[in-house]
Each structure stands twice: as structure tokens, then as C-alpha cells.
Ligand binder design. Structure first.
Ligand code: NAP
Length: 292
């Protein structure tokens, strides 16, 4: 069994990005600029935005955060989106979810200029992904594709089972793995909460990608010997340790790992790749790689 070290790969890619940014600055140009809109005090959102800011700083990107209280109106938020859409100094931006209940998240996300939509959630980018056209890929699935690529994991002709069909992870993951590409070219089965005989299906997986949001749901008897297991889940479980909690994934790691050819740990597997993918999307925006 080989561990897929997302932390290490993430650091390698950040170093590559930093070198490119240094060359841009040396040439006297402005570095890429990633902005974020953050509404309210949600703890997980604050943590994510703080790590985004740290990652930007580490590679030399300009980073800005537009913070608002929970009582911001939908109209005011749409005005901020318009402002960033039109700000020539901002290459790409994200709207951190969740938004307060009185704001229609879809309306806000659809207001983002697709050329600046580095989260890849705008219908134009999702449509381009579905058609196999160049687009900003959602960060977590893109990070998983990078891990498969960097570890040289063969995917062509393999059976990939994706657990979970969310718009940000499971569905785009299934599209990417079925694309005519490398990594890709898999036969994909997409499972969800209404799937029957789930274990029978997961046992057929050469590559199993778990994104169901259920702590340690995937047990050893659901996994084929020699499978590649990618664990997207992140769960904070309270315990009696000094810290008072530990982090676990959607896979029961200790029992499943010995059966696998490759497996991502949690933490340190998929997680660190998500922000790296966001940085790469920002670079694509800076380079006008997708929208000229
Ligand atoms: P989500 O929106 O809650 O979607 C979960 C999906 O799993 C749904 O499609 C649901 O089916 C399905 N599901 C739930 N229970 C199931 C069961 N018992 N059997 C089969 N399918 C089941 O979750 P998400 O946003 O995709 O996130 C999934 C996990 O990844 C979470 O733990 C999240 O914290 C983590 N995550 C990690 C990163 C990262 O950077 N590492 C990024 C994003 C998310 P239905 O559609 O039928 O409801």
C-alpha cells in the first residue's frame, strides 16, 4: 500500500507556482490577484478563507477578502459581485458558501463573470466541463486529478466508483473520470443515497472516490483488494485526547488501507490539494487561458 501524500504534492505545486510568480514580479508586472467574498461568521468558512490567504501569500499572489455581516442584503452582495467582475486588478474571485438564508446563492454565483469564476461553479463553466471544453475545474475534483496524475496512477479502462453526487465534488468528479483524457477514460458509476446494494458496487471499484460526508462509512469489506481509494470526507470527531478531537474521513482508514494499492489519508490527502487547485485556476484566469 502506498500513501498518496497530498501535503507533499501540494507543497511541490505551490513551489512551482511561486517560481512563476517570482518571474512575473521580476519582469516588473503585477502578480495574479485572487479575491474572496465572505459573509458572516461561519467558523469553517473563516478557516478556509484564512488558509486561502496564507496560500496566496506563500506563492506571492495578491489576496483580498471582502467581509460582510450576515445582514447584508442580496442586492448589496450582487453589487459587490458586479464590482469585482469589473475590477481589472482582480483576476478571479470566489464567493464563500454557505450564504445566509435570505440570499439566493444560485443567483449570486450566476452573477459572477465566468471568466473570473475560479471556483468553477458558474453554469457556463460547469457546462464547459460537461462538454470536455477547457474550463475552471471545481477545486476538489481538480486536486484529485492532480494527485492521480502525479502518482502515475493508471485510470484508463478502470472502473471508477464515485460515492456522492454533490455539485462541488461527486458530479464533477464523475465527469472528469469519464472524460477522454489522462487521467480519465474510466468506466464510471456514480452512487448516492438512493443507490441499492452499495457495497456490491464499491467492491467492483478499481478506483473508489468517497465523497458522501459520512464519517468512516467505507469499511474494509466494501473495498476490492488492490483498489485505489480517494477519501474526500473531512469530519471533526470529538474525543478524549488533549486536543479534544481528531479528523477523519469517509473511509475507515486503519481497516481499509492494508487492502489498497494507493490511499489518501485524512488529513493530508485531498484536503491540501483544494486550495492549490484554486491557485492554479487563478493563474489560468491571469493568463486568460480559458477566456481570452
Ligand atoms: P454533500 O453535498 O453532503 O453530498 C453528499 C453526497 O453523498 C450526496 O450526493 C448524498 O446523496 C450522498 N450520500 C450521503 N449519504 C450516503 C449514503 N449513506 N450512501 C450513499 N450516498 C450517500 O457533500 P459534499 O459537499 O460533496 O462533501 C462530501 C464530503 O467531502 C464531506 O465530508 C465534506 O466535508 C468533504 N469535502 C472535502 C473537501 C476537501 O477539500 N477535502 C471539499 C469539499 C467537501 P443524495 O444526493 O442522494 O443526498
Amino acid at each position: 500500500m502506498q500513501l498518496i501524500d497530498g501535503k507533499k504534492i501540494g507543497e511541490e505545486i505551490k513551489k512551482e507556482i511561486a517560481e512563476r510568480v517570482a518571474a512575473i514580479i521580476d519582469a516588473g508586472d503585477e502578480p495574479p490577484h485572487l479575491a474572496a467574498i465572505l459573509v458572516g461568521e461561519d467558523a469553517a468558512s473563516q478557516t478556509y478563507i484564512a488558509s486561502k490567504e496564507r496560500a496566496c501569500k506563500a506563492v506571492g499572489f495578491t489576496s483580498s477578502v471582502y467581509r460582510y455581516n450576515n445582514d447584508i442584503s442580496e442586492k448589496q452582495l450582487l453589487d459587490v459581485v458586479d464590482f469585482l467582475n469589473n475590477d481589472p486588478d482582480v483576476n478571479g474571485f470566489i464567493v464563500q458558501l454557505p450564504l445566509p438564508g435570505h440570499i439566493d446563492s444560485d443567483k449570486v454565483l450566476q452573477r459572477i463573470n465566468p471568466a473570473k469564476d475560479v471556483d468553477g461553479f458558474h453554469p457556463v463553466n460547469v457546462g464547459r466541463l460537461a462538454l470536455g471544453l477547457p474550463s475552471y475545474l471545481p477545486a476538489t475534483p481538480a486536486g484529485i486529478m492532480l494527485l492521480l496524475e502525479r502518482y502515475g496512477i493508471e485510470t484508463e479502462g478502470k472502473h471508477c466508483v464515485v460515492l456522492g453526487r454533490s455539485n462541488i465534488v461527486g458530479t464533477p468528479m464523475s465527469l472528469l473520470m469519464s472524460r477522454k483524457s489522462k487521467p480519465g477514460n474510466c468506466t464510471v458509476t456514480l452512487c448516492h443515497s438512493k443507490t441499492q446494494n452499495l457495497a456490491e458496487i464499491t467492491k467492483q471499484a478499481d478506483i473508489l472516490i468517497a465523497a458522501i460526508g459520512q464519517p468512516e462509512y467505507v469499511k474494509a469489506d466494501m473495498v476490492k483488494a488492490g483498489a485505489v481509494v480517494i477519501d474526500v470526507g473531512i469530519h471533526r470527531i470529538e474525543d478524549s485526547s488533549e486536543k479534544g478531537y481528531h479528523i477523519t474521513g469517509d473511509v475507515e482508514f486503519e481497516a481499509v488501507a492494508p487492502k489498497c494499492s494507493f490511499i489518501t489519508p485524512v488529513p493530508g490527502g485531498v484536503g491540501p490539494m483544494t486550495i492549490v487547485s484554486l491557485l492554479l485556476n487563478t493563474f489560468k484566469a491571469f493568463d486568460h487561458e480559458i477566456y481570452s
